[in-house]
Design a protein. Sequence first.
Length: 395
Amino acid sequence: MSIRDVYIVDAVRTPIGKFGGALSSVRPDDLAAHVVKALVDRTPDLDPARIDDVYLGDANGAGEDNRDVARMAVLLAGLPTSVPGVTVNRLCGSGLEAVIQAARAVALGDASVAIAGGVESMSRAPWVLQKPERAFPAGHQQLHSTTLGWRMTNPRMPAEWTVALGEGAELVADKHALTRERQDVFALASHRKAAEAWAKGLYDDEVVPYDGVDLARDECIRDTTSLEALGRLKPSFRPEGGTVTAGNASPLNDGAAALLLVDEEGLRETGREPLARIRASAVTGIEPQLFGLGPVEAVRRALEKAGRSFADLTTFELNEAFAAQALGCLAEWPELDPEIVNPRGGAIALGHPLGASGARLAGSVAHQLAAAGSGTGLAALCIGVGQGIALVLER
């Protein structure tokens, strides 16, 4: 069996909304349908009935994104009912996992044209109530928020594995002696790069605003923040001696992203020049409490599979779940030039809608490579419960 080349023809995303913000009134299945429809509309030469499958990442799935949100997006977007859809969940890596699974299907010949992406509405994530162990309980029952993090934890899990995500970031800060000031400096740079990228129109080719919502730019960017303002924020997870704050961590967000993946035959049918080609990917595991360092080995393995090194990279999109997490990864990649990392800002400023973030990163790398005309790019994310995921793209 021959392995086919896989091309990214286009990539779109919504502006990312803040928790309870401009996109909080929009259902996640509608967000997903919006990017799927926008992606198809931008390639008018492609018959939508030629789409072999739609893969969407979704980290929650407990609310309006239930019952296979990918299939719901296909139907709501007005695609032919013959187009199937599948939803995948690798928590924060779900969107990139969707891209990898779609690319694998195209590479193996199971598909010629596929859509991959992700969606999350953290604003609309519901509270859930477990069924009682017996009927008609007399006592109170507990509601669990599905917005983020551990809930209904299995008591057999070791306590050190189930620490809060922010405490996991503190552990990475401890491991690499990352001061509060270094984390705040990193966060400030993320906001400044994001604001500058928007001002220069660098996101114009990929962001598709949601109709009827007054949101043209990512909602969490703080153009006027400063080290002084960030320094006034209290630690969120360790009241005494903590370094992780709301200012040097990614916010809670809503958003969606989608990419069009094709083989050579599909590429001819689109009538378009591809943004980039998918080269290699990798997924790895790590101790759950050190999830923030999950990308370290995944990136090394992906580069090895691609026959590339850090020196070959021209751009690198690393998800900024926390400044401590991103800085911890960078500390373990001494060969990497930090200047090429997140050149248009990262998740601390842009936002981190869990299921969509990986697709956003892959799409951003593809657009950056297209703008440069050539190069090698990489997208990577840490994943709660201790995993890392990475994807290498080339042009």
